[in-house]
Design a binder for this molecule. Structure first.
Ligand SMILES: NC(=O)c1ccc[n+]([C@@H]2O[C@H](COP(=O)([O-])OP(=O)(O)OC[C@H]3O[C@@H](n4cnc5c(N)ncnc54)[C@H](O)[C@@H]3O)[C@@H](O)[C@H]2O)c1
Ligand SMILES: O=C(O)C(=O)C[C@]1(C(=O)O)C=C[C@@H](O)C=C1
Length: 385
């Protein structure tokens, strides 16, 4: 089966079955709850951790409910869709429990690796623990958006805006389950990508799991660094290590359930690393400099292929850097003036120079607008560097 061979129901966020019960109210679950609440949907929450549940409720992600179907049905709150957003290693159990507990509901999960969950459900069907009809009410999904932080405190209702949301339907998946997944993704502002689970897992090994491993490996080298060395750290280190702050428990589960595909990418990286090491062992040897240049150039070529903002073709933006005082209101002031200048902000980041009470605000804009914006901000009294 290929991505194209699926003939699936079209999505309509308005047709998303409700209420939506979110099982697992951490980063993903609470973010989905927030996005759906903003879209005016009814969201029910459940999490075995009372504190995760309470925080999700307090930030407005939904209303906690008991898992007792009779109690929930009596209250008129039987879920039309169950979203399983718990750790990968319990996802198949919670999906199975949801299919059994809510025989009229559609069920989907958001775990980062898809073939493992599908295989566990198939085994349960083969063992007679789930019927084919039960399994047809389930579809595996994966929003390609997240953060390096866990738990509902880190949740954002805007997390999924313009992000791809992969839906891995099988031939046996009921079209209503796919339509519900599409409705959920679109209600959260994401863009649906239909893809077989195996193709998805190979893809994320390369574009998500390898970057995590690379960031962790680079950041791990900093453990033994002296304070003096670390004070020199600039954007190079920060850009390459943001996701090194991710949850070790979550990533152990992700990497181990996609081990074969991740291993393939790591072997390729090892070959490149070995190649580089050889050139550096004797940098003056014939061909060594060319070898180094080739590796960096290969990186240039790979980087140029990474899609830009909103999944559009890669585009080089220009950065206007403004020095702002580290005081309340400065950021809002600069942005208001950018708005006044009529220039669209394509990306934004803020850095703090260590030891100085100022921030460096980097405003990415289309190249054609850079000089105009720099002049407009300078005229308004901002220090543009
Ligand atoms: N973190 C990301 O960037 C990201 C992105 C996309 C998808 N995902 C996937 O989303 C899922 C959740 O990840 P997260 O980052 O929100 O993790 P998280 O640690 O922030 O939240 C997980 C929540 O699940 C709860 N939980 C544990 N066991 C449960 C059970 N049996 N039933 C219901 N809830 C249970 C935990 O108490 C916790 O509140 C994972 O499967 C992950 O692979 C994560
Ligand atoms: O941006 C981040 O912090 C992420 O961790 C996001 C990211 C990714 O690699 O893109 C990480 C794992 C998830 O399964 C999906 C998204």
């Amino acid at each position: 089966m290929t991505s194209e061979s699926l003939d699936l129901a079209s999505g309509d966020p308005a047709g998303l079955p409700g209420p939506v019960l979110v099982r697992g109210t951490g980063l993903l679950g609470a973010s989905i709850g927030l996005a759906l609440r903003t879209a005016g949907r009814e969201v029910l929450l459940h999490d075995p951790s009372p504190s995760a549940l309470a925080v999700a409720r307090d930030i407005g992600a939904g209303v906690p409910v008991a898992l007792d179907p009779a109690e929930v049905t009596d209250a008129g709150l039987a879920p039309g869709l169950v979203v399983v957003s718990c750790p990968p290693d319990v996802t198949a159990d919670v999906v199975t429990d949801s299919l059994r507990r809510w025989p009229d509901a559609l069920v989907l999960d958001v775990a980062s690796v898809k073939t493992a969950v599908a295989a566990q459900l198939r085994r349960r069907q083969d063992a007679g623990e789930l019927s084919a009809t039960d399994v047809s009410r389930y579809v595996g999904t994966h929003p390609m958006a997240g953060r390096e932080r866990s738990g509902p405190v880190a949740a954002r209702g805007t997390l999924f805006l313009a992000a791809p949301w992969v839906v891995c339907a099988e031939e046996s998946t009921h079209p209503d389950a796919v339509a519900a997944a599409r409705g959920l993704a679109e209600a959260c502002g994401a863009t649906v990508r239909l893809m077989p689970a195996a193709e998805h897992d190979d893809a994320v090994a390369l574009v998500s799991h390898l970057p995590q491993v690379a960031a962790s490996l680079v950041a791990a080298r900093m453990q033994g660094a002296s304070a003096t060395s670390l004070e020199l750290a600039g954007n190079g280190l920060r850009d390459t290590t943001r996701i090194a702050a991710s949850d070790p428990q979550l990533w152990t589960q992700i990497l181990s359930s996609n081990a074969a595909a991740v291993l393939e990418t790591l072997h390729a990286v090892r070959q490149d690393l070995d190649r580089l090491i050889v050139t550096l062992e004797d940098p003056d040897a014939e061909g060594a400099r060319w070898g180094m240049a080739r590796l960096i150039a290969e990186g240039n070529a790979g980087h140029a292929r990474i899609p830009g903002k909103h999944g559009a073709a890669p585009q080089a933006f220009c950065v206007v850097t403004v020095v702002v005082d580290d005081t309340p209101g400065q950021l809002a002031g600069v942005l208001a003036d950018v708005g006044e200048a009529g220039v669209n902000v394509e990306d934004l980041r803020m850095d703090h120079a260590s030891g100085h009470e100022v921030g460096m605000l980097e405003i990415s804009v289309l190249p054609a607008r850079r000089d105009e914006l720099a002049e407009a901000l300078t005229r308004r009294g901002w220090k543009v560097v």
